[in-house]
Write a protein that binds this ligand. Structure first.
Ligand code: HEC
Length: 426
């Protein structure tokens, strides 16, 4: 040891830095986080601050290290991180990669190529959509467990669940702008009821007549957030229906464009309230039943409330105001979705969310009756990262059933903020 010590690089002789540098080396290819002293010292000899030492001094340093590390280990019984304060845990275990301020260590210093999803914990736009439960899963199981980069190590041996909770609280404190709504309020998307949470998402949905005249309507929906609380939305419907035996007619429906804004949100009270304003353009062929033929303004409020045990209720109520009411009357709609999510494998497996929607609309016309539908459905996450999901349900008219068919409705969504469509599957 002494002969290789002269000119060796010795890290600060405090166990905090030791531990992080070791942990990093573990991931970079060598063994996992070393627990025994000899490997500890071997790593110290390869660490980063250059000190040129006399061989004798080297022995002393090595002995000192053995003693401190033994002391450190005996004083921390089963776990290895001897801190209870979130900031200290972060500084001890995470700064090597995530940087002292949580912005991330520069790529030149960190020694690996950062994935596009590498977090800057001070960037509220990047961190607030993520759920605490997902962060805990990532810290416990490592990035790989959730379909992220395996460079993010597992801390299941190094940190107790309580320590992980504390470091997550600390990470949350690094985003100081509280106007961003928290991802916990981003509930699974029902088939009809619109969400209050602003999203970065593509959705392709299809509604297929299961009874009555054969027909299908597809919607291609694009949503993009801007600023802390806003989102734009574009909905392009494409429909097809049978016009006679063996003949179908298909084409574009009425394209709509709108803006949603979060009005009020509070994580501890578990709610989010948003308002939406939009315009529906008469781009569809009215005579073929693919459009209304008039420009319509649409406005609604959307509200979501978290309930105990991963259950929730989502509500949407609004109105359609056509610019000409000769053919198309003004109308109002209200929709409610109740559901509960089940996360398998402690949040690492699929998430299943059975939901029930109650959908109503009514024309502002004398004698008009309210259309009521119920819609049992379930959403499931497809990718391990949970950014690709599908939902399948049946829309069953309860009132005015004569001219309203039962429909099978399906969507697939891709939350593109969480990575490319092909990423995060294993
Ligand atoms: C060896 C380097 C390294 C260390 C040490 C490290 N991380 Fe990470 N961490 C990463 C990388 C790389 C990612 C990005 C993974 C991705 O996006 O694919 C990441 C991502 C994360 C994420 C974001 C997950 C998400 O859903 O966006 C959290 C939270 C996190 N780390 C917490 C921690 C905490 C807490 C510690 C210390 C206890 C820590 N990390 C230590 C490399 C590291």
């Amino acid at each position: 040891m002494p002969e290789s010590c002269a000119g060796a690089e010795i890290h600060y002789l405090n166990s905090a830095n030791l531990n992080t540098s070791l942990m990093y080396k573990g991931i970079a290819g060598a063994a996992r986080r070393p627990r025994n002293t000899s490997r500890l010292i071997a790593s110290v000899y390869r660490s980063s601050t250059r000190l040129f030492l006399h061989p004798l001094l080297c022995d002393l340093v090595a002995l000192g290290l053995i003693a401190t590390s033994l002391l450190a280990q005996s004083s921390t019984d089963t776990r290895t991180v001897p801190f209870e304060n979130g900031k200290e845990i972060f500084e001890y275990s995470c700064v090597t990669c995530h940087g002292p301020a949580g912005k991330g260590t520069p790529e030149t210093a960190v020694g690996f190529q950062k994935p596009a999803t590498f977090p800057d914990f001070t960037d509220c736009g990047g961190t607030t959509p993520e759920l605490n439960v997902d962060w805990k899963a990532t810290i416990t199981q490592g990035g790989h467990g959730r379909g992220f980069s395996p460079i993010m190590p597992s801390f299941t041996d190094a940190l107790t669940p309580e320590q992980i909770d504390k470091v997550v609280v600390y990470l949350r404190s690094l985003c100081t702008d509280k106007s961003w709504p928290r991802g916990e309020l981003n509930l699974p998307r029902p088939l009809v009821t619109e969400k209050a949470f602003p999203e970065d998402e593509y959705v392709i949905s299809s509604a297929l007549n299961a009874k009555g005249a054969p027909g299908i309507e597809n919607n291609i929906i694009y949503e993009q957030r801007f600023g802390a609380r806003n989102q734009v939305e574009l909905d392009v419907p494409v429909g097809a229906m049978r016009t006679g035996p063996g003949s179908w007619f298909g084409g574009l429906g009425d394209i709509s464009l709108g803006v949603k804004r979060v009005l009020s949100t509070n994580l501890s009270k578990g709610y989010i309230l948003s308002a939406f304003g939009g315009i529906v353009l008469p781009t569809g062929n009215k005579s073929r039943g693919l459009g209304s033929g008039v420009t319509t303004f649409e406005a609604f409020l959307a509200y979501a409330q978290l309930l105990p045990a991963n259950s929730f209720v989502q509500f949407q109520g609004g109105t359609d105001q056509p610019t000409h009411t000769d053919d198309v009357p003004r109308s109002a709609f209200w929709r409610t979705a109740v559901g509960k999510s089940f996360r398998l494998e402690n949040g690492l497996g699929r998430m299943w969310t059975p939901m029930m929607e109650f959908i109503a609309d009514r024309d502002f016309a004398t004698g008009a009756r309210t259309n009521w539908d119920v819609m049992p459905q379930f959403q499931v996450t497809l990718s391990r990262r949970q950014h690709v999901r599908a939902n399948l349900g049946v829309r069953i008219p309860v009132t005015n059933t004569a001219d309203r068919p039962i429909q099978v409705v399906f969507y697939m969504l891709w939350d593109w903020f969480d990575g490319a469509l092909t990423e995060g599957w294993r």
